[in-house]
Structure formats: C-alpha cells, structure tokens
Write a protein that binds this ligand. Structure first.
Ligand SMILES: [Zn+2]
Ligand SMILES: [Zn+2]
Length: 151
C-alpha cells in the first residue's frame, strides 16, 4: 500500500520535472509547430497545442492497460500520470487560461504565484526567449520578471 502511494507521488513529481524540460526543450524546440498555437491568439476553443494532451492521454491509457496486464506498479505510475494531468489542467487550463465556464482567478498565495508565473511565460509569442516552463512549481515572480528583462 505505502509503496503504491510512493509510486503515485513520485510519478506526479517526476511528471512535473519531465513537463518542465519537455515544454522548454521540445515544445519550444522541434515541437513548436503544435505549441505555437498556444502562444498566439487563436479563434475557437481548441488549439493545435491540445494535441499534446491527446498524446499524453493515449500514453496514460497504454500504461493503465500494461499495468493491469503485465506489471502492477505500472498501473500506479499511470495513476500518478493521470493525477498530474488533472492538476495540470486545473492550474493551466483552468486558473491561468480560464477555459472553464466560470470566472475564478486566485488573488493571493501559491496559486496566484503559479498564475503570475505562467502569464510571464506567455509574455512572448516567439519560440525563444520565454521564462518559467513548469506548471505546478514556479519560481517567485520577481525573479522571473528579472529573467525576462535580461533576455
Ligand atoms: Zn510555452
Ligand atoms: Zn499557457
């Protein structure tokens, strides 16, 4: 039981680290073709960038299936992976980009810091020169602003 909880927690933390590097070096690199839609204003509800979420959902489903068929710990990795996706969607698509049917933006505390940090990430519509690539962890906004200025 405890081992399984540890796997779930480690998967969530691992996914944040992975997401940071994936966003920084792939989405703002070779994968910019899909991610660009998220950095420029687009009409309509869906963006080409949402294809990343589709890909990750397929990977999560494959992990769940592999976990049930062959090796149980993988099922818990899949659970952590999915919980990360839910947390990511809540913070990124909900709190920051307000892609939900109501209007709620945190005004203080850590969630506010996350929103500010990601808004600073959207300061640029270009592939290069962006700051703050994480989603559930962000550096203090002052540091990010200073970093943005020095670019
Ligand atoms: Zn980006
Ligand atoms: Zn965003």
């Amino acid at each position: 039981m405890i081992a399984n909880i540890l796997i779930v927690v480690a998967s969530i933390v691992g996914m944040e680290v992975f997401a940071l590097y994936f966003h920084k070096y792939f989405m703002h690199g070779r994968g910019w073709n899909w991610h660009e839609s998220h950095h420029i204003h687009t009409k309509g509800y869906f963006e080409k960038n949402d294809l990343y979420a589709v890909c990750f959902s397929i990977i999560a489903a494959a992990l769940f299936i592999s976990g049930s068929l062959w090796w149980e710990p993988l099922w818990y990795v899949a659970l952590g992976f999915t919980l990360y996706g839910i947390l990511y969607a809540f913070v990124h698509d909900g709190l920051v980009h307000q892609r939900w049917p109501f209007n709620y933006t945190p005004k203080k505390g850590y969630l506010f810091r996350l929103v500010l940090a990601h808004r600073l990430h959207h300061h640029t519509t270009e592939r290069d020169g962006a700051v703050s690539f994480g989603f559930l962890y962000a550096e203090p906004p002052e540091r990010l602003k200073a970093e943005l200025k020095s670019k």
